[in-house]
Each structure stands twice: as C-alpha cells, then as structure tokens.
Design a protein around this ligand. Structure first.
Ligand SMILES: Nc1ncnc2c1ncn2[C@@H]1O[C@H](COP(=O)(O)OP(=O)(O)OP(=O)(O)O)[C@@H](O)[C@H]1O
Ligand SMILES: [Mg+2]
Length: 407
C-alpha cells in the first residue's frame, strides 16, 4: 500500500547544519517541505567531523527543530557529504550482452556498471557514487537508457566519486548516535545540482559552484551527464578570517561586518561610506571606509573563483559551457560575486535559487538551502534504489547491531 513518504535532507555544513523535512504523496514528484531546522555547526570542519560529541549535538538540534515545525518524527536521513578528501574519476566498463536474442536487460546494466566500478581504489577510500554518464551499444554512443535495446556488446562510461573511509564512517557514526538511520550519503555538489539545474542546462553544459563556509564544491555537466566533480578548500570563513586580521577585529564581528557591509568589488561601494569596527580586547572602535572592507574581501573571492575556474576546466568540455555557471551557497550572496565570476569564468553566471518543491518557500528559497533541498530531490528520484544499493548501509548496519549488542 502506498502512502505519503517522509524524506529528510541533512546538510551538515561547515558553518550551518540544516535539516529539511518533506512529504511526498503517492504518485507525486514534487516534495512538499514541512519542516526546516537550521543551527550553527559545531564539530565539523570542511565537511569532516572533528569533534563527534559536538557534531551529534548539532545534528540533534537541527533535526529536533525541523521535527517540531513539521510535527513528525524523523527516522532516517539523506545526508550530504563534502570536503577536500573527496576525489572523482571517470571510468569505463564493457560486457557481452547475456540474452541470446541480444535484448539488453536490467541485469546487463547492473553488470556493466559493476565492471566500470572495478577500478583500483585504495583501502582507505570508499566509493560513494557510481554515476552513469552514457552507454555504448556496439559502438553506438550517447545512449542514456539501454534497457530493452538490442546489442551484443554493452559499454558504460561512469563518474566515480570516492571519499576517505574514516570521514564517511564518522558521518555515519554521528548520525547513528542521534538514533537516525542513513538512507543515503550524497555528494553535496550533486545534491545542489538536483535543486538548481534543469535538463536543458545539463544538456547544454553548466557548472554549479556552491561556495559554502569551508569549501567551494563544484559539479560540471554536459551532454546530459555529470562529467567532473571537485572541491576548492576555501569558502566564506576564509573571507571572514581575512577581515578579522585585516581590520584587527574579533571573528564574530568580522562575520557581521562582512554580511552587512561587504562587497567583492570596491567600485560597488561608496568610498565615503564609513563603518565602525570594534577592536580586539581593549582596543578602541575605529571607523573605516566600506571601500577598504571590499578591498580585503575582493582578493579572497577572486582566489576562490579562480581556483573554481581551474577545476571547471578539468571537465574537458567541448568549447564552452553554454548554460554558464550557477553559483550557490552563502558565499555567493556577497554583492559583486556574480559580476566578478562572469569576468573570471568568461561565461554567463547566475545566482542559483533552489526550485522543484512546494511549501516553506519563503524560508527555503535561498542559495544556502540548495544542498538540503537537493538531498530531498535525490531521495525522491532514487528512493528505493538507494535503499537497495547503498553498500555502506549493509556493512554499517552490521557494525551498528554489533555495537548495540555489546555496549
Ligand atoms: N549575505 C551574505 N553575504 C556574504 N556572505 C554570506 C552571506 N550570507 C552567508 N554568507 C556566508 O556564507 C557562508 C555560509 O554558507 P553556507 O551556509 O552555504 O555554508 P555551509 O553549508 O555551512 O558550508 P560548507 O558547504 O562549506 O560546508 C558563511 O561563510 C557566511 O559568512
Ligand atoms: Mg554547504
């Protein structure tokens, strides 16, 4: 019997952790958001758990805030994974089609994906995604859905994403300690793309750059498939630190000044516009021009975008990404970032607002929620499949059971 499903996206970011609860009615495809909990993150650095107790508290608080708003109890989550320990490679698999009448079956597709994923992965790394890019049937390229077609030889091009095994285990551990089950672990930039891109953009060629607090996560698409994923280990926190050092003010003041008065391009602000900056400790408050603030922010934003551009180019796209670049994450909210990015990327750039959901639109339609909403959309599209295929889930369940029995 089908019933309303509850999906929860858990975006454990460097600066904020957001839990978003959605309902999806039978036969529907658009999730309806019913709860959103957002708390400052503690215990996480650049996508990696550095303090388990603090991370558990952060997750519990975000989940219980979302539960309170939604009036439902969450049992499992689709969690985001990011960090500079993530690596990705493209791989290739080949098999002979099994049926004597040459009709390609689901089983053949599974076998060819298995063949493509059989690359040497170091023991300290774990595969978190094997994303099919295209299939080739007897040298006919560009096939997206091979099942039911006819052929003798089936090949698959895939994008494989791996993560440091300890980082994966610690995310599971933190979530399990909150008495929640991990339904799927999803690369954050992949999740963000679900909420930000449409099919046409993926066909034409597009890159998503999610500038968070700790990292800028990148995903590049063309010809309707994901081609490259990568991370730049810099984000909004670095901008805040630069301001704290440059203006000799405490970090929390620097953060506030950045969000209120910051800009990535000095010409966007009036040089006569003064702001008062509290000093560290007993030092007195000083007045500085917004122009000076922008000249501290500018070089760091330029560095983040330049490194992002370098990563995007590694995707080896044909000539250009015709649909340009979509920026998301809190870092993209800095005034002047879009203009600066257009210059650096030499492509059209826009701010990505998550779409494809109903409910709580006032709260959720911000680029900082692209990952959380994308996690839910990933669950909508891959729900049953992730439950069946997530290999980490099987062995983790065993460890969890053993843990519960012995402690
Ligand atoms: N209006 C704004 N102007 C400039 N920066 C902003 C603004 N709002 C948020 N930020 C910055 O965005 C960053 C947080 O963005 P986001 O919530 O996307 O990060 P996160 O998901 O916690 O981190 P990560 O994805 O790196 O793990 C912070 O550094 C914050 O200072
Ligand atoms: Mg983020």
């Amino acid at each position: 019997m089908s019933q309303t499903r509850i999906l929860t996206g858990l975006d454990i970011g460097t600066t904020k952790t957001a839990a978003i609860i959605a309902e999806i009615d039978p036969g529907e495809e658009i999730p309806r958001l019913v709860g959103l909990g957002m708390v400052p993150s503690e215990g996480i650095r650049r996508g990696v758990v550095v303090d388990l107790e603090k991370t558990v508290r952060t997750i519990s608080k975000a989940i219980s805030d979302a539960e309170l708003m939604a009036g439902v109890e969450v049992e499992h989550v689709i969690a985001g994974m990011a960090g500079d320990h993530i690596r990705s490679i493209n791989s290739h698999g080949v098999i002979a089609v099994s049926r004597s009448d040459n009709e390609i079956t689901e089983n053949d597709v599974e076998r060819v994906i298995d063949a493509a994923r059989a690359v040497a992965i170091p023991a300290d790394r774990e595969i978190i995604h094997v994303l099919p890019q295209e299939y080739i049937i007897d040298e006919q390229t560009g096939i997206k859905v091979p099942v039911g077609m006819s052929g003798v030889r089936l090949e698959a091009e895939v994008h494989i994403v791996t993560a440091a095994a300890t980082a994966v285990r610690n995310i599971y551990r933190a979530i399990n300690r909150c008495e929640l089950e991990v339904e799927a672990l999803v690369l954050e930039s992949l999740a963000s793309s679900y909420a930000l891109l449409n099919d046409e953009e993926q066909e034409l060629g597009v890159a998503v750059v999610d500038i968070g607090g700790g990292t800028a996560d990148i995903a590049v698409y063309f010809d309707n498939s994901i081609r490259h994923t990568s991370t730049v280990p810099l984000g909004g926190k670095n901008v805040t630190n630069d301001i704290a050092i440059g203006l000799r003010t405490p970090i929390d003041q620097a953060e506030e000044i950045k969000v209120k008065y910051g800009a990535a391009i000095p010409s966007l602000v009036d040089a006569d516009d003064m702001i008062s900056v509290p000093g560290v400790g007993t030092r007195s408050t000083r007045d500085i021009s917004r122009n000076v603030l922008a000249s501290i922010i500018g070089p760091r934003m330029e560095e983040i975008l330049t490194l992002a551009h370098r990563e995007i180019k590694k995707a080896n796209y044909p000539e250009t990404l015709a649909a340009g670049v979509v920026l998301a994450g809190g870092g993209a909210l800095m005034p002047g970032t879009i203009e600066m990015a257009e210059q650096i990327f030499d492509m059209p750039v826009k701010l990505g607002i998550p779409h494809g959901f109903d409910g709580l639109t006032d709260m959720a339609n911000s680029p900082i929620h692209a990952t959380g909403i994308g996690l839910i959309q990933y669950g909508v599209r891959h729900g049953e499949e992730v439950a069946r295929k997530n290999p980490a889930r099987g062995w983790w369940k065993k460890i969890e059971r053993w843990f519960n029995e012995h402690f």
